[in-house]
Each structure stands twice: as C-alpha cells, then as structure tokens.
Design a protein around this ligand. Structure first.
Ligand code: UDX
Ligand code: ADP
Length: 458
C-alpha cells in the first residue's frame, strides 16, 4: 500500500510509543514506524503484552499494528525511508562529570543526531520530542550540517505534554500542541507539514506555533510550574498538620479563585515521575549556566521542598509509632508514582521504602501494576521486604499501612476486615488523602492523613 507520508520515531519509550500509536490510529493514510536500540522493548511492542501500561493503549496499538504502525530495530533503514523523524530518546539527568545530578545527559540524543546524518540520502524534517535544554535544536542543526553533504534538514521542537496514566486521552484531546520552528521560509514550511499531521484530529486553534527556543523552554517551564504547585500545597500541608487547618479545605477555598484554579492542588507524599525533578534540575542548571543564581535558587527550592515532604512523611511514621520501627511490619499500599501506571521512576515510594528499611522496619509492598518495577528499584537493599499482589494479604500481621499511591481500589477496600487482620494498635498513614479517615478511625485505626489533624485513640 502507498502511504501519504512515512513517519519514523526513534525511541519506543513512554513518549514515543503512545504518541506514534495515536498518530497511526488517527491517520491511516500515514505509515508510522517506531524504532529502538533495545530489541527486547521492540519485541514487547510487537507482543500481546506491551512494555508499558496505559489505559486505552492496548486497543489502539493492536488495531493499527501491522497495518500502518510498525515497531522495529532497523534504525538505519527507518531513517532512509522516512521524510519526518521524531526523536524521542531518553534524556535523563547526567550522572557523571560537569553538571552531574543536574544537567540533561544528551549522549543518546547526540548519537541519534549523528546516525540521522549518516543514514540520510534525502531531505528530512527532524522533530525534537524528547525534553531538552533550551538551545539544543541549535546543536542538532550543527551536527546535521557538519558534513555539508547537500542534504537539508529542518529541525522543529514539538514537546510532549502527555501525563502517564492519561496518555491516551491527553493525546486524543490535548490542551494544546506546541510546535516551534525557525522563522525562515523553510522553517515555516516544515512547521506547516507537522501542523498538517496534528490537524487530522486536533482542532486548529489548539495547535500553537512559536519560535523554536520558546517551544523548547515552554516544556521545562510547564513542568516546573506544575511541580511548583504541588510543592506549594505540600508546604502548607505541614502547617495545616500543626494548626488544625485542613489542607483539602484550604486547597478547595483557594482553588475556587479562577486566577488560581483548582487543578494540581492535591497535597501528597511528594511528586514523582520521570519528568518533574529532572526538568526542574535541568532548568536550574541552565539558569546557573547563564549566571541567574537567584532564579536557579527559586526553582531548586521546589525540589528541596519535595524531598522535605518525603522525609517528613517518614519521620511522622517514626514519631507516631512511638519512635521505633525496628521489627515492625509496615505495608506499603502503592508503589507507582501515581495511579493508573506501573511506572515507578522517581516514585516517592522508593525513598520512603529505603528510609523505613534504614529504620529496620519490615516491609510488605503491594501495588496492582508496579510490583515488577518495585522489585527492581529495591533490588539489593539489605532488609526484610516482601511483595504481595493482594492488599488484604499484604496487611495481615502488619502494625501500619502507608498509602503512597492513589489507586482507586484502595478507596473501596473492606477496612474492617483489614483492621481485624492487623497488629493493634493499628496505624494508617494516608499519603494521598484517599480513604475515609473518620470511618477508619471509627473502625479502630489511628489515622494520619496529609495536611490534616491526626485521629488517634490515645
Ligand atoms: C508530568 C506532566 O503532567 C506532563 O504534562 C509532562 O508531559 C510529564 O510530566 P506525569 O509525570 O506523567 O506528567 O504525571 P503528573 O500527573 O503530572 O503527576 C506527577 C506527580 O505529581 C505524581 O507523583 C503525582 O502523584 C503528583 N501530584 C500530582 C500530586 O502530588 N498532587 C497533585 O495535585 C497532582
Ligand atoms: P521517555 O519517557 O522520554 O519516552 P524512555 O526511557 O521511556 O523515555 O524511552 C526512551 C527510549 O529511547 C528507550 O526505549 C531507549 O532504548 C531508546 N533509545 C535511547 N537511545 C537510542 C538510540 N540511539 N536509538 C534508538 N533508540 C534509543
């Protein structure tokens, strides 16, 4: 079959996989190929069990796969065949050398740029999907023009704003699609080619265009602002706990101000996920690089507050359980960094589990989707840790439950049954404020929510 466009995506991860599946689903007239250096990941994308869990993803992948959506490992052939190439390789925080722990590690990204140059024999539009420091497109352009081989490449920035767990609905109906380009005749033409792809399903007023640097920077800033809201509400949760104010009431009251808005104001045990911390540190590094130290300090405090919130949660467990956790069994309800995903990257649960083990607690971890990743994250940790699918089984013989992920199933559990199976006095630390605290207190639990007074029987 002849397709209108050949689209390639390099990097079959959390961003590349679902995004390309949506393009293939909405545009049967285009051929969409996703390649990756990791053959195991590609074989998972070609199997019945996809490498990532996202509600709705299975259906659209299975409907388009083999028709206009293909997953493979032949990156070179993919590059030669495609006119449009999305680059969606990982850009983790650097762990070595200058900028270690702060700057983005661009090695995978640069290898990809060089490979595109090496394998191309026709002009191509290259689209940055990975989150990158502002001005990275300039480096991409420099690499692609380094051999003066006469082939023209246009580099665009098209950051992805999808959130995990809602990736499919975010892709299907995005708040906006942002496309940054050079403001030259060629740059604008390339931009229009990408607009045309999204216009297959996204209303035109939601497709916004910008200069390429604004586009790159907007992605970092969007994540920094979102994380800042969570750190802001979490900072106030600490104050609520000692003043008998209630963070849900405070957030509800301020959120009704249309200038503030009511989203992203849920106090929690801390934010996790692969993006927030990485992108803020990246922003901080950029600001320091340009000598903007006050700006860097301001944004860095968002991450510091998040670390404080996680540590505060552990200390609360410790002090409220009579200052010793040694030999006590604590069940961790939820290991994913948020509900509806099996992803545990930067999950607060990792830090909390490690700290509780340091205090010599025994851990029983339960999660409907993330147990496999939890085992990898805690591999080699010297402690007594078990992993149990069923939350009822996980609670048996425990002194405390710590809810760390807001899985809906935890709201609906039979807590009377759970209470009966636990050691008394039984404690519950609700790091997500998802269960009915008053009811649990009436059952007999000592209840410790986030940002609200504790309900205790002593
Ligand atoms: C985020 C951005 O939302 C998305 O636009 C970007 O493309 C990638 O980074 P994601 O990390 O998937 O998406 O999840 P998100 O829903 O933003 O949640 C991040 C963390 O914040 C989670 O740990 C979540 O539990 C926490 N959170 C979120 C809160 O603690 N309180 C809130 O009110 C909202
Ligand atoms: P994200 O959350 O940004 O999508 P992931 O880590 O989930 O990040 O996915 C990035 C993918 O990119 C991984 O599957 C990785 O194997 C792949 N990758 C990294 N470098 C290359 C490369 N040079 N060529 C092809 N794929 C790559």
């Amino acid at each position: 079959m002849k397709f209108d466009k050949n689209i390639l995506c390099i990097g079959a991860g959390y961003v590349g996989g679902p995004t390309m599946a949506m393009i293939a689903h909405k545009c049967p007239q285009y051929k969409v190929t996703v390649v990756d250096i990791n053959p195991e990941r590609i074989s998972q994308w070609n199997s019945d069990e996809l490498p990532i869990y996202e509600p709705g993803l299975d259906e659209i992948v299975k409907a388009a796969r083999g028709k206009n959506l293909f997953f493979g490992t032949d990156i070179e052939e993919g590059i030669r065949d495609a006119g449009i190439i999305f680059v969606s390789v990982n850009t983790p925080t650097k762990t070595f050398g200058a900028g270690a722990g702060m700057a983005a590690d661009l090695q995978y990204w640069e290898k990809t740029a060089r490979q595109i140059l090496q394998c191309s024999d026709s002009p191509k539009i290259i689209i940055e999907k990975s989150t990158l420091p502002v001005k990275t497109a300039l480096a991409m352009e420099r690499i692609l023009t380094s051999t003066h081989n006469g082939i023209h490449f246009d580099v665009l920035s098209n950051p992805e704003f999808l959130a995990e767990g809602t990736a499919i609905s975010d892709l299907e109906s995005p708040d906006r699609v942002l496309i940054g380009s050079r403001q030259t005749e060629r740059g604008l033409k390339a931009r229009d080619a990408l607009v045309e792809i999204y216009a297959n399903w996204v209303p035109e007023e939601r497709i916004i265009t910008a200069n390429i640097w604004s586009s790159e920077l907007s992605k970092l800033v969007a994540n920094a602002f979102l994380a800042q809201r969570i750190s802001s509400v979490n900072s106030i949760s600490a104050l609520c706990e000692i003043t008998d104010a209630d963070i849900t009431e405070v957030a509800g009251a301020i959120g009704m101000d249309s200038r503030i808005g009511d989203k992203f104001l849920k106090a929690s045990v801390g934010f996790g996920g692969s993006c927030f911390k990485k992108d803020i540190l990246n922003l901080v590094y950029l600001c320091r690089h340009y000598g903007l130290h006050e700006v860097a300090d301001y944004w860095e405090s968002v991450v510091r507050l998040n670390d404080y919130q996680k540590e505060r949660f552990v200390l609360r467990i410790l002090t409220d359980m009579f200052n010793t956790l040694a030999g006590k069994r604590i069940s961790i309800f939820g290991f994913a960094f948020k509900a509806d995903t099996g992803d545990t990257r930067e999950s607060p649960a990792i830090f909390i589990a490690k700290r509780l083990v340091e205090e010599k607690a025994e851990l029983v971890i339960t999660d409907p989707k993330a147990l496999k990743n939890a085992k990898i994250d805690l591999d080699g940790l010297d402690g007594n840790i078990s992993y149990v699918e069923d939350p009822y089984d996980a609670a048996v013989g425990c002194h405390a439950i710590a809810i760390l992920t807001e899985w809906n199933l935890y709201r609906e559990l039979d807590f009377e049954k759970i209470y009966r199976s636990m050691v008394k006095p039984a404690f519950i630390f609700d790091g997500r404020n998802i269960v009915d605290h008053k009811k649990l207190f009436e059952i007999g639990f000592n209840v410790f929510p986030i940002g609200k007074s504790a309900l205790t029987h002593f």
